[in-house]
Design a protein around this ligand. Sequence first.
Ligand SMILES: Cc1ncc(C[n+]2csc(CCOP(=O)(O)OP(=O)(O)O)c2C)c(N)n1
Length: 340
Amino acid sequence: MPKSLETDLLPEQAITKMAPGAVPTAQLKTMYRVMFLIRRVEESLLQMAESGKIGGAMHTAIGHEANAVGAAAALLPGDYVTCTYRGHHHSLAHGMDPKEAIAEVLGKATGFSKGKGGSMHFIKPEIGLMGANGIVGAQVPHAAGMALASQLRDDGHIAMSFFGEGAIYQGVMHETFNIAQKWHLPIIFYCENNRYSEMTPIQHTSSAEEIFLFPKGAYGMESIQIDGNDVEQVFSAVREAAERARAGEGPTFIEALTYRLAGHMAGDLETYRSAEEIDLQRKHEPLVVLRDRLLERGVSKEELAQIREEVEAQVKEAVEFAENSPWPDPAEAYTDVFVE
Ligand SMILES: Cc1ncc(C[n+]2csc(CCOP(=O)(O)OP(=O)(O)O)c2C)c(N)n1
């Protein structure tokens, strides 16, 4: 059984291309803060969804935080990002205010889309976030279009698209990989391989044994596999891919092995996996990996506790803000919906 298909795999056993040490300690502490912020925002959202305060589907990325934070730190302002319906972590990593994020999920007028987008349609072009998408794979050609625009304008910017391993067999993915490689588009394809498509484990659906070998073999694309629970590895891999893209060397495919610690969506009964499997993965989850790295580097437990305490207060304030925010005015139902 290839490594990435073993459900009991600890990602530390993954093929490792990037050594730790890429990020200075001060920046690593900031990453810890943002990762913990994402974790607590999503745990709060999950709690609110399960107590009936949130309408519609809501997917969290609890356990994926290192992918978002490492990647966001390696991009430049003006670069473009598209992602899936599981996109709160990318939005917060790119600097979205937790108040407007939580308010949006609650459908409140103070959300970044005034409550009209909700959890599955996070978007904020001002910070490079060009749209989450509920259609599996659909956000990937969008990013290729943005990469093509940057290439034509020669503005030095790149595009990056996040997707799950379940998207890999969508036809549009292959059309995009092919043309991106052929035209040397400045784009990074980033697969957050959490081993499950909804409730189905990857070994039940994939004929490719290692996802990252697929674009390499079929399209000759530069392609690597990393530990997506290690924020330093993510940062190094994305930085290197971004440099290649900006230098006109074309796309890179990154397969990041990670694990979804919560259900596919709020309300998922998770009958398809065991509690033991989740417990095993908790030993190597992103916040544990980063906490241990910071302790090794001499950061004290007290300092980390202080960071967590500050984040808890920030999230509490953001939840209160969102809960106390007004509902949108029904008269605004069609405002901002159609292009004038
Ligand atoms: C084109 C399309 N087919 C099916 C679905 C239903 N669906 C929603 S999420 C999902 C699983 C996707 O799995 P993956 O790409 O691995 O991403 P993850 O949810 O694990 O982040 C499916 C099949 C959809 N939204 N779009």
